[in-house]
Ligand binder design. Sequence first.
Ligand code: LMR
Length: 388
Amino acid sequence: LFGALDRQAPDALLGLIAQYRADPRADKIDLGVGVYRDEAGATPVMRAVKAAETVLLAEQGSKSYLGPEGDTGFVDLLAAIVFGPLAGSDRIAGVQTPGGTGALRLGADLIARARPSATVWIGDPTWPNHAPIFREAGLTLASHRFLDGAGAVDFDTMLADLAAAQAGDVLLLHGCCHNPTGVDFSADQWAAIANLCAARGLIPFIDLAYQGLGDGLEADAAATHQMLAAVPDALVAYSCDKNFGLYRERVGALWVQGANAALTTLAFSNIVALARGIWSMPPDHGAAIVRTILERPAMRAEWMGELDQMRTRINALRAALAAAHPQLAAIAGQRGMFAMLPVSTADAAVMRADHGIYMAGNGRINIAGLRLDTIPAFVAGLSPHLPS
Ligand code: LMR
């Protein structure tokens, strides 16, 4: 049976985790996989999460099944944070998923079932797992540009590429904190994208994996609200990995917006059925933690305070990095965990070998992996590789 398979290369980004761990150098710098790090370089369990786990340990009375939709209290409480004034609309319905990846894959499977001929348009560059997720669901992919040579948004080129999109095609969008570039659209550009989707019948699929880590919980959801208000149909994949620090617990959600309540109910019945056929039910613990936090005002306030601290630290690092080298100046205005540097895969390998600086092969760095006191060493190792 298995002899017919092609050997697959290990995931390059996740491979950095093991490489970094095996590096004995004390001054190594991990800017690889996207996890938040504090000033001590740790990715601690958030205090609000620990408090919620204590409550669950004391009060959770059963581990019995919940169902394919997962923890509906979690989904509803999170929806209020994600959709603000739109939450509670009978045109929006969602389920808990195993992480943002599970949400993206479930949404991809729904699209493949509803409209197998749809092409999914994905900006270049994007998170390396986006294309495989949609391709494995059997969908056709197309790529559009959105950056100029200097790494700033080139909106005209994006619109020119999207001129080839057909009504009913899907447009994948990063709701905030673009991964890997940190380059987000302006409010005017979001308005233009919303108009484009409405006028051309394109279906936005918003990947919202970093809410609260850009400009704040509300500000980071503004583009999502704008898009959903403009179009009849949309999908939103959500991850609690970063903003609740729940990475390995795999906590996410998928929401669909339909043109009316009946079509939303139809879509919801299909995502529940699809989820049953893939993972049957999502893992409970992480979603129960999020629900427990959001149900309790004191825990919710603690979580929001911790999230504020994370965002403030990342944006302070952005400012310091931008000030450290003229070619890094744009990083101050970008948002989220990542920035993409004009560094080749070969240069990234040299920086890894010579200086113990670990970054993705596409030049992406996890800003949170820096500290104010490691920025000089990082910039010194990076400078020879920057184009003059
Ligand atoms: C990342 O982009 O580094 C994270 O989202 C982790 C992952 O799964 O790739």
